[in-house]
Design a protein around this ligand. Structure first.
Ligand code: 3PG
Ligand code: MG
Length: 398
């Protein structure tokens, strides 16, 4: 049983439903790029509209810090949302006050409005009580469908849950259920793959994961810091030499928790960071002083793919190499595709999210096959760190 209210059995007919979405999508020259967050929000909106709600969607966009920055208007997002819904979306050019009220009051059952950027008001990020009250005037009930903003204790993500009857939206519910299955009550053995450039940004995350998973695979630039901590010469590779002791502490913590830390045994080593840079496959102990490890090598790939076959659950954050430049995407692509195949065969529960991860999985053409790919960046990382997300905590308390 979920310890938060879902929309199951809630009668929304004729009610003004104030729904916090995360429509903070990539945008260039007024055109929405990747529409994933819109696509994933739409089914929940349709469900509510079809049940007769007067749907008032609120979201932030970018970081205007309280100023009405024209490039951060949600008007183009309203158009993209309408297109994806196949229904009209009314737009109010402010999220509070008369402009918002008149659009909200004009809504008939089943109609949808989007209000202008919450962060045009500095009070949003301050979780200002008076601003919460202004927002709360626009709804009879509050639905939080923005898991990817749940790490922010803002008026629209935290304050509102205390001001109105509060429910988790369908996307929020799906995220919480998928993430719970992967880490809170997973089937063991559990493997976590954590990649990316630096361990300095992921220390809390690594510390939390060693206590929860059976195997922690460290990839990307981060792996070099761990290798160096074990005395491996990583040449000119990206490496945080000031964090070797920290890496050693994580090894110790892992050992105490019976978690195996898995590092690359070989790499693709080049002399420059560039696409198609000449490179050699090197045993991890034979990296030249002027060499840079840009990807895991074939023996590592084989090792990881074999290990995956014995796992029940996979949590993935961050690429295994410099996946933006070919051929240093090889390990990320190969392991992602293997995880996707095992998932399709019903042998693995695979959950991924955070930062570059979705782009990397999409590059590997594997994102669709994963059990669940989170829409969240920062919130996914904080969840991996084991932190309480204020947006989720407020739903649980309400
Ligand atoms: C995100 O893109 O990670 C969320 O929309 C949160 O945005 P923020 O980092 O600006 O709070
Ligand atoms: Mg962010």
């Amino acid at each position: 049983m979920a310890d938060f209210n879902t929309l199951d059995g809630v009668n929304v007919a004729g009610k003004r439903v104030l729904l916090r979405a995360d429509l903070n999508v990539p945008m260039k020259d007024g055109v929405v790029g990747d529409t994933t967050r819109i696509d994933r929000t739409v089914p929940g909106l349709i469900e509510l509209a079809d049940a007769g709600a007067k749907l008032v969607v609120i979201t932030h966009f970018g970081r205007p810090k309280g100023a009405r920055v024209p490039e951060m208007s949600l008007k183009p997002v309203a158009d993209a949302l309408a297109k994806q819904l196949g229904r009209p979306v009314k737009f109010a050019d402010d999220c509070i006050g008369d402009a918002a009220a008149s659009v909200v009051n004009s809504l008939k059952e089943g109609e949808i409005a989007l209000l202008e950027n919450l962060r045009y008001h500095a009070e949003e990020e301050k979780n200002d009580p008076a601003f919460v009250i202004e927002l709360a005037k626009l709804g009879d009930i509050y639905v939080n469908d923005a898991f990817s903003c749940a790490h922010r204790a803002h008026a629209s993500t935290e304050g509102l849950a205390r001001a109105l009857p509060a429910y988790a939206g369908r996307l929020m519910q799906a995220e919480l259920e998928a993430l719970g299955n992967a880490l809170e009550a997973p089937k063991h053995p559990v493997m976590a793959i954590v990649g990316g450039a630096k361990i300095s940004t992921k220390l809390d995350l690594l510390g939390n994961l060693v206590a929860k998973v059976d195997q922690l695979v460290i990839g990307g630039g981060m792996a070099n810091t761990f290798l160096a901590a074990k005395g491996v010469n990583v040449g000119k590779s990206l490496c945080e030499h000031d964090l070797l002791d920290t890496a050693r502490e994580i090894f110790k913590k892992a050992e105490a928790a019976n978690c195996e830390i898995v590092l690359p045994v070989d790499g693709l080593v080049a002399k420059e960071f560039a696409a198609n840079a000449p490179h050699d496959v090197c045993d991890i102990n034979d990296v030249a002083a002027d060499g840079m490890i840009l990807d895991a090598g074939p023996a590592t790939i084989e090792d990881l793919n074999k290990r995956l076959e014995t796992c029940e659950t996979l949590v993935w954050n961050g690429p295994l190499g410099a996946f933006e430049i070919s051929p240093f995407d090889t390990a990320t692509v190969s392991v992602a595709q293997h995880a996707a195949e095992l998932t399709k065969a019903g042998k693995l529960l695979s959950v991924a999210g955070g930062g570059d991860t979705v782009a990397a999985l999409r590059h590997a053409d594997s994102d669709q096959a994963f059990s669940y790919v989170s829409t969240a960046g920062g919130a996914f990382l904080e969840w991996l760190e084991g932190k309480t997300l204020p947006g989720v905590a407020a739903l649980r308390a309400s």
